[in-house]
Design a protein around this ligand. Structure first.
Ligand code: SAH
Length: 250
């Protein structure tokens, strides 16, 4: 039997946000490969081998998956959210490009998932209803000056912005600098959404004006959305609704 590889997104956390396509791939798999907490979200069953690994070994993990597929196994590589957003899909294709030519002929497919940015935006209202961009604030895989340049230019271009990996214990200063740049360039009280553990039992969403945003409001399980200059907040008894209008007047 010939093997296949599906690079799948498990969504932000809630089982109901896993697509039927991804579920079907998991049901047909012989092996599941991925970062420990994501593999833990896959129910064990007879005939399925789970291969959890540490976060820092993306290329090894990708090669391992491709080797198994070449031997005829049916492998799912799992990411949280969407596998193409700051996740495993690029790592697998990098391994394909630098690996044996035969790997290019393998049956490989990406099964999309609901990325944290979209799950967080939906909880808050519609903050990404006009033009927006997504930036990974971690400087593990790129230099800080590049992050700061993109941040500054995106703010100047008046995009709404979604930040992944905003702050970790290992690099607490990046998000301090981020807020500094935003306050300097934007100089207004646009809303900032801190969406933590979206679609899990620990979900916590807060909305604050930019000058009141504090670094400790974010951690590695938080997705941060900063509005554009046109983003609106509808206040009410319950949580506010944040939305960005569809149009910008000429
Ligand atoms: N591929 C993933 C992103 C991986 S980067 C996706 O598409 O969602 C990891 C970052 O995603 C975290 O640091 C956090 O910023 C964000 N994230 C992932 N799941 C989240 C959730 N349930 N709630 C809030 N942020 C989340």
């Amino acid at each position: 039997m010939s093997g296949w590889l599906v690079i799948a997104g498990l969504g932000p956390g809630d089982e109901n946000l896993v697509t039927p396509d991804v579920r079907q791939a998991l049901d047909g798999a012989t092996d599941v490969v991925g970062y420990i907490p994501y593999v833990a979200r896959v129910a064990p069953r007879d005939g399925l081998t789970l291969h959890p690994s540490d976060n820092r070994v993306e290329m090894d993990r990708s090669r391992h998956a491709l080797e198994m597929v070449a031997k005829g196994r049916r492998v799912v590589v799992v990411s949280s959210g969407d596998p193409g957003v700051f996740a495993m899909a690029s790592a697998v294709f990098q391994a394909v490009e630098s690996g044996p030519l035969a790997w290019r002929e393998l049956d490989i497919r990406v099964a999309p998932g609901i990325t944290a940015m979209l799950a967080a935006a939906a909880q808050a209202g519609a903050p990404l209803g006009h033009d927006f961009c997504a930036i990974n604030l971690s400087d593990n895989l790129k230099p800080w000056p590049l992050i700061e340049k993109r941040l500054r230019l995106a703010a100047e271009a008046d995009f709404a912005m979604a930040f992944y990996n905003p702050r970790s214990k290992a690099r607490p200063e990046g998000f301090v600098k981020t807020l500094h740049v935003l306050n300097e360039v934007c100089a207004d009280a646009r809303p900032v959404i801190f969406a933590r553990c979206v679609s899990t039992p620990e979900q916590d969403i807060s909305v604050v004006p930019l000058p009141e945003a504090r670094p400790e409001m974010a951690d590695m399980r938080t997705l941060v959305i900063v509005g554009s200059s046109t983003t609106r907040v509808i206040t009410r008894e319950g949580a506010p609704i944040v939305y960005t209008p569809r149009s910008v007047v000429a």
